[in-house]
Design a protein around this ligand. Structure first.
Ligand SMILES: Nc1ncnc2c1ncn2[C@@H]1O[C@H](COP(=O)(O)OP(=O)(O)OP(=O)(O)O)[C@@H](O)[C@H]1O
Ligand SMILES: [Mg+2]
Length: 249
């Protein structure tokens, strides 16, 4: 299978005057399970949304030509207020492949049901999405992404509100995708299992702190720099920004 990638080059995103991410250079590879790590407000979701084209980029480039991406947003972004069954929600993952008119065929349905069975939500397939628990809904949303046959799967904090057994199950599903050559990118918070889960990490704190194979870059120094040093990094960033701006005028 040919390697695919998503490349961010000098990527900066501002919300109005506030800098959320600044000058990020990183390449996400297929055939890899990558964790995006960083404290609250460090720009992880912003980075992901910029990759997906859901946010305007202030400067820099995102390159992912010819690459398809399945996306599970962070929980706070998910607003499911329409009447639909759990099975139909999962089947929405097949739209891309089939188009609106043909999406409800037998093959897709049985594929959806087998994914739902693995995730333990097959028995609630006919329930309305408003009538299930938070964790069950989260599993259905992940199932919907898994039903897409994408090159990359990007999930923003997929383990939020999910019990331990389901987390283990999801991790094994992500590993299977990786072994089939897919790129799997997770925004992740739990530092205790980073080494166990991820082949590569991208550590951010508004700026890129480091990226690379977990074994090489995930250590006390990078953790401290990512989690303990926000002021310093932001100061450095705005200092640089001023310098660049002055250079331009
Ligand atoms: N829609 C928005 N408008 C203005 N500022 C925003 C908006 N969304 C996020 N921000 C700000 O941008 C910065 C980065 O936010 P982002 O959501 O990317 O962080 P995060 O790393 O995903 O955090 P968390 O771990 O809490 O999900 C934060 O300072 C945040 O307050
Ligand atoms: Mg976030």
């Amino acid at each position: 299978m040919t390697k695919k990638s998503i490349e961010l080059e000098n990527l900066s995103v501002y919300y109005g005057k506030r800098c959320a991410i600044w000058d990020i250079n990183v390449t996400f590879q297929s055939h890899s399970l990558t964790g995006i790590l960083g404290p609250n407000g460090s720009g992880k979701s912003t980075m992901v949304q910029a990759i997906l084209g859901l946010l305007p980029i202030t400067s820099g480039t995102v390159r992912h030509q010819g690459v398809s991406i399945a996306y599970v947003p962070q929980k706070k972004e998910i607003d499911l207020d329409f009447p639909i069954s759990i099975l139909d929600l999962v089947l929405m993952g097949a739209y891309h492949r089939l188009g609106w008119l043909k999406w409800y065929n037998k093959k897709e349905r049985s594929l959806a049901l087998s994914i739902m069975q693995r995730l333990g939500i097959e028995h609630i397939k006919d329930r309305q999405i408003q009538e299930v628990s938070g964790g069950q809904l989260q599993r259905a949303i992940v199932a919907r992404a898994l039903l897409q046959d994408a090159d990359f799967y990007i999930l923003d904090e997929p383990f939020t509100g999910i019990d331990f057994a389901t987390e283990k199950l999801l991790i094994s599903l992500f590993r299977e995708l990786r072994d089939r050559g897919k790129g799997v990118i997770l925004v992740h918070h739990d530092l205790t299992n980073v080494e166990e889960i991820f082949d590569e990490v991208v550590m951010v704190n508004s700026r890129l702190v480091c990226s690379g194979p977990t074994k090489q870059v995930f250590d006390t120094h990078s953790v401290q720099k990512t989690y303990g040093d926000k002021e310093t990094l932001l100061e450095e960033a705005s200092h640089l920004f001023e310098k660049v701006r002055k250079g331009k005028t």
